[in-house]
Design a protein around this ligand. Structure first.
Ligand SMILES: C[C@@]1(CC(=O)O)c2cc3[nH]c(cc4nc(cc5[nH]c(cc(n2)[C@H]1CCC(=O)O)[C@@](C)(CC(=O)O)[C@@H]5CCC(=O)O)C(CC(=O)O)=C4CCC(=O)O)c(CCC(=O)O)c3CC(=O)O
Ligand SMILES: NC(=O)C1=CN([C@@H]2O[C@H](COP(=O)(O)OP(=O)(O)OC[C@H]3O[C@@H](n4cnc5c(N)ncnc54)[C@H](O)[C@@H]3O)[C@@H](O)[C@H]2O)C=CC1
Length: 397
């Protein structure tokens, strides 16, 4: 059990929050006794390391923001809820930080080395060499084919698993993108296959072969991943979510792949419905806007971005998901052209928020009716009782 942090100690620590307010629940520190600073994880669900819209480390529209919140020595990126020192007692800390340590008043948040560079690698029309045809290779194949890569696959046919075999020979989309070699890895020469290789993935059950593959790729400076052998990886795979254009990758930097899987599933169930569809529609709106207002950068670029930010802020994701082409025309004709942003109601859409209010009011009115009939019945029964009582009283006189 790590030491509990006394709220009274909170004054000696300083928090660098680079976006929004901070909630104690977001501040669960990592436990690392060898570290001489506290390390706080980012808010995985709401946080982004670079948020252009709501102001974190890099915000293209509103400029760079960086706010200092007194609390603890750390940088937290992301959108967070309210700060409260009272809940600091909830915090457990792994601080070998001297209790009287005071963070210097740095002009910018301190850097947090030791991470991976997370990117969205564009593999379209690039060639990936995949060595191996088992279960792990099947997962790798899915990942790179979904990124529109071309694949050269080297693996003896007698070792192919059913999924890899299906992709190579039957899958109507994949089979045209895979060039298959029914044999074992030859050596460095394989890096010249099909006009040259841009990325190498090894998923074989033979450590000596993997090592050779890794060394050959590194000699040629081609990025390589050897499944399960971190020192032989230039990049790691992560646990992924896919919903149309939305992709989320959870990485633990090799520390806990199963934890990556668990965190990914937690994120998955919390994602808004129709997120992928909303992004598709926003993509179409942005495309149409660029047709009307072409060009890169400058005053027009700034106006365009500001307008898109406002549309995304003003519309619920669920409403964006319902945006039809005609709605986009109205948004552009009556909004963009006149320098403002129409609401979903302005273009005659029911908003998700309104629908929620309506269904709540609907429930209330149902309850009112229910209540009225109960009251009515009670009142009726009371009158009947009164009449009976009065009649009895009269007859007993
Ligand atoms: C470094 C990395 C290199 C790479 O392969 O890219 C790597 C390395 C190793 N994995 C090992 C084991 C397991 N890997 C998984 C699962 C996944 N492993 C993945 C990635 C990565 N694994 C990269 C780091 C990613 C990160 O840290 O975030 C995922 C996320 C993505 C994917 O592979 O597609 C996928 C989940 C996909 C999903 O659920 O969505 C499970 C869980 C299970 O099988 O249920 C276990 C057993 C439990 C455990 O050990 O934690 C071992 C020990 C082998 C041994 O002990 O013999 C090593 C080697 C070592 O640690 O030294
Ligand atoms: N990162 C991860 O999530 C995981 C990684 N692994 C590792 O990935 C590797 C592969 O695992 P599996 O797919 O389950 O193994 P597997 O045994 O099902 O498949 C191995 C494949 O490699 C092929 N192969 C063997 N020697 C070859 C050579 N010299 N040239 C070309 N192909 C060759 C075999 O024909 C077979 O298709 C193992 O080393 C395993 O430890 C395993 C599980 C999870």
């Amino acid at each position: 059990m790590p030491p509990r942090l006394d709220p009274a100690d909170m004054k000696v620590i300083q928090l660098y929050a680079t976006g929004g307010e901070v909630d104690a629940s977001d501040l669960s520190p990592e436990i690392d006794p060898s570290d001489d600073s506290i390390s706080l994880p980012t808010n995985h669900v709401n946080g982004t390391t670079s948020n252009r819209v709501n102001g974190t480390t890099s915000n293209r529209v509103n400029g760079t923001t960086s706010s200092h919140v007194n609390g603890t020595t750390n940088r937290v990126n992301g959108t967070m809820s309210s700060a409260s020192l009272s809940s600091a007692s909830e915090l457990t800390a792994s601080i070998s930080l001297a209790s009287e340590f005071t963070a210097p008043d740095l002009p910018f948040p301190p850097l947090w080395p030791g991470g991976s560079l997370l990117l969205a690698w564009q593999l379209r029309a690039k060639r990936v060499l995949l060595i191996g045809g088992g279960a792990v290779a099947a997962g790798r194949l899915t990942n790179v084919l979904e990124a529109d890569a071309l694949v050269s696959l080297v693996s003896p046919a007698n070792g192919l698993c059913a999924e890899v075999e299906y992709r190579i020979f039957h899958d109507p989309w994949a089979r045209n993108r895979i060039t298959y070699y029914d044999r074992a890895w030859f050596g460095e020469h394989d890096l010249d296959l099909d006009g040259g290789i841009d990325m190498v993935l090894s998923a074989v059950d033979d450590a000596a072969v993997s090592r050779e593959v890794c060394q050959a790729a590194r000699r040629r400076k081609i990025p390589v991943n050897v499944a399960d052998v971190p020192p032989e990886c230039d990049f790691y795979f992560g646990s992924q979510i896919r919903d149309g254009p939305l992709q989320v990758l959870v990485s633990t930097g090799g520390k806990g792949p199963k934890i990556a899987n668990i965190v990914r599933r937690k994120i998955e169930v919390n994602l808004p419905r129709n997120c992928g569809q909303a992004i598709e529609r926003v993509g179409e709106l942005r495309r149409r806007l660029r047709v009307r207002a072409p060009g890169v950068g400058g005053e027009m670029g700034r106006r365009r971005m500001q307008w898109m930010v406002e549309v995304c802020d003003r519309w619920e994701l669920e409403d964006l998901a319902q945006l039809e082409d005609a709605d986009m025309d109205r948004l552009l004709d009556e909004g963009w052209e006149k320098g403002h942003v129409l609401s979903p109601e302005d273009v005659g859409k029911k908003t998700a928020a309104n629908e929620e209010v309506k269904s709540f009011v609907g429930e209330l009115s149902w309850n009112r009716e229910g209540l009225a009939s109960v009251l009515g019945a009670t009142l009726g029964a009371a009158i009947v009782a009164l009449v009976v009582f009065a009649t009895k009283a009269r007859t007993s006189k």
